[in-house]
Write a protein that binds this ligand. Sequence first.
Ligand SMILES: NC(=O)c1ccc[n+]([C@@H]2O[C@H](COP(=O)([O-])OP(=O)(O)OC[C@H]3O[C@@H](n4cnc5c(N)ncnc54)[C@H](OP(=O)(O)O)[C@@H]3O)[C@@H](O)[C@H]2O)c1
Length: 248
Amino acid sequence: MKLSNKIALITGGTSGIGLEAARLFRDEGATVIIVGQNPARLQSAASQLGDGVTVLRGDVSKSAEIEDIVRQIGEKFGRVDVLFANAGMGIAAPLESVTEDQVDTQFNVNFKGVFFTVQKVAPLLAKGGSVVMTTSFLNEVGSPGLSILSATKAAVRSLVRSLGAELAPRGIRVNAISPGPISTPFHGKLGLSEKQLNEAAATIEDQIPLHRFGEAEEVAKAALFLASEESSFMTGSELVVDGGISQL
Ligand SMILES: NC(=O)c1ccc[n+]([C@@H]2O[C@H](COP(=O)([O-])OP(=O)(O)OC[C@H]3O[C@@H](n4cnc5c(N)ncnc54)[C@H](OP(=O)(O)O)[C@@H]3O)[C@@H](O)[C@H]2O)c1
């Protein structure tokens, strides 16, 4: 068991990569707390994961809501050993039609949400703790229509280094997993039509050297590695799990 006696908080734990990580971390002995906002997905995750996993509602783009979640965790568990700051979303739009609101929404969830999650959880993080953030292959690859989403993830990549440096003196490691295109509900929420999604999926599949989308479990395994002592000498780094799309 790689996470025995560990308390793990996973934001975006109600779906896709976060949900698979919640399952895996639980199976590896962790006490798992997940955060999401959509009521149907919260309920579905709770019934899939069972009583051992604590499910909390909150919007990570609002720092007051993160504060409330962290207060509940502090009262019930007293500390956090693993923080997987994974909640994220995207809106696809070409240069000419990106709106100010779309920029704010994506930065508020993907960047501000991650930053304030780490800030609010930091006082509860124990020595030897591990923070894992979710970036994206879009840090490295230019993709039409995804300029703002990509920029939010590049900002998170930067945060891994800065907060890694700030937390290192406390013995807390900070790393990222960088997924490639993964089969999760994420793509269905980008605001594209079914036809656009299918066309984009076919084009992307061609560009992935392994010629397939990844599975959420494959990313969850990499997150487990970074969360656990197996990666004890790693901090400030980004572990790429992308079928080679950003590397080959
Ligand atoms: N799938 C990919 O191809 C891919 C590639 C690269 C990076 N990523 C990154 O991987 C991470 C996980 O995505 P996924 O693929 O697993 O997508 P997903 O299935 O859509 O899951 C996203 C999770 O984030 C949560 N979330 C979104 N906005 C939130 C908010 N404001 N407050 C709280 N929770 C929020 C969602 O909860 P609700 O449903 O309740 O909103 C959900 O649990 C994201 O950071 C994404 O950018 C994904």
